[in-house]
Ligand binder design. Structure first.
Ligand code: SF4
Ligand code: SF4
Length: 409
């Protein structure tokens, strides 16, 4: 209900004392050339403006301020008043998506939501996401389900999609997005180019994750071409009513497969299934784990190689921080963390990639420089989005690949 969202927004923004502490940690503020409206405090002020406009006090274009938020929650951990500007942005996006502020809908966001609803994949390419499993066998009798959520596989298409939008220009891109939102089948006609090198890399990471599980004696089922995307974009972009329908559908598919335990491989799917699905899917009773929870630590050779680790926001900045990747890395190598780590970790910029690619580029370059400045020989990531955005040199490696390279013979 839009009225509930307005109430929730009011109770969050009215706590703000406008001190500006959140601006010191917000990755998008410097990346946007210190444009106030693309920083944490600006989003909270904009939230207040949105409420005022909704009460009939003038019109307002607020969309970019909220859609450029990375939803990293770094601001929450420095705010003396306990305001979460990421939450303000998410509630505001949900109001906009529900047409609570007419004229503010983002056509690209709507297109992604509608295509996902139609194909159970944000680009309509679900059947192409199982190629990495060719030659491997699932165990249909297992109650453990390996759930990639298509996340690694989608990374091969983001650059191509951004280049296509750049070639079209803003006006044409908006028009096409609106058209595809109305007729999602048209997405299949879009000349979206797959980046073959990224696809090979991502397929090999997924194979290494499967190898790590098998080496730890875990036999799992996998839905291959029938595997649905978890709905992350629909939720993040604020389409809450659609998300509720979608999450129920996904939960049914997972349950009907005979699964009791869902083995996730990325932080976004892990966080969404563990913390958001139970709020939207009544009786959601599937156990959700990350594959590293199941890995037998004794299968690795220990060592003292110098590495650094980029902690993903959806592991480190959520209510219950998930530190298993860091603990595992510490057991096999010498880990030095950048100054922004733990509850102060800094987002890779990835969540802005489709709507504000230029902001993503600046945030990720900044984070890559911080990680490189640790002087460590390798930069280890634990998320396909972080890897894609921070992969600016040969020293950047995914945790699945790194751990597979450390398996004892
Ligand atoms: S740190 Fe908190 S109180 Fe201060 S400006 Fe940001 S949101 Fe407002
Ligand atoms: S959630 Fe992240 S990007 Fe959004 S306002 Fe807070 S610090 Fe900035």
């Amino acid at each position: 209900m839009i009225s509930d969202l307005f109430e929730e927004l009011e109770s969050e923004v009215e706590k703000c004392i406008s001190c500006g502490f959140c601006e010191s940690v917000c990755p998008t503020l410097p990346a946007a050339g210190y444009d106030l409206w693309k920083g944490a405090r600006g989003r909270v002020i904009m939230g207040k403006e949105l409420l005022s406009a909704a009460k009939g006090n003038g019109t307002l274009n607020v969309s970019d301020s909220f859609y450029s938020c990375l939803d990293c929650h770094a601001c929450l951990y420095v705010c003396p008043a306990g305001v979460n500007a990421g939450k303000v942005s998410h509630i505001s996006k949900s109001i906009i998506a529900g047409d609570g502020i007419p004229g503010n809908q983002n056509p690209l966001a709507r297109m992604i939501a509608m295509v996902t609803m139609h194909y159970m994949n944000p680009l309509g390419i679900g059947e192409k996401c199982a190629g990495w499993f060719t030659g491997m066998k699932a165990d249909p009798d297992s109650t453990d389900l390996l759930y990639t959520g298509n996340m690694y596989q989608l990374m091969a298409y983001t650059d191509g999609m951004n280049r296509m939008r750049e070639r079209m220009g803003k006006g044409m891109s908006k028009m096409m997005s609106s058209l595809i939102a109305r007729f999602p089948g048209l997405i299949r006609l879009a000349p979206m180019k797959k980046d073959e090198a990224t696809a090979l890399k991502m397929d090999s990471t997924l194979s290494n994750i499967a190898l790590l599980l098998r080496k730890s004696g875990i036999s799992f089922n996998y839905l291959a071409e029938d595997e649905p995307y978890p709905g992350t974009f629909i939720y993040d972009l604020g389409y809450l009513d659609l998300f509720e329908q979608y999450a129920r559908k996904v939960a049914k598919i997972l349950r009907d497969s005979g699964a009791r335990r869902i083995i996730t491989v990325d932080p976004h799917t892990y966080d969404l299934l563990k913390n958001t699905y139970p709020k939207y899917v009544e009786g959601f009773d599937l156990e959700v784990v990350h594959y590293l929870d199941l890995i037998d630590g004794s299968s690795f050779s220990s060592g003292s190689e110098s590495i650094t680790y980029h902690e993903p926001c959806h592991f480190s900045l959520r209510q219950d921080a998930y530190n298993r990747p860091l603990e595992t890395l510490r057991s096999v190598a010498s880990v030095s963390l950048p100054p922004r780590s733990g509850r102060r970790t800094k987002c890779c910029g990835g969540p802005d990639e489709l709507i504000f690619p230029e902001l993503t580029h600046r945030v990720s370059q900044n984070r890559y420089d911080e990680l490189r400045d640790t002087g460590a020989g390798k930069i280890v990531t634990a998320c396909p989005i972080c890897f894609s955005n921070l992969n600016k040199g040969p020293e950047v490696v995914e945790i699945g690949d790194y751990l597979a390279s450390r398996l004892k013979n």
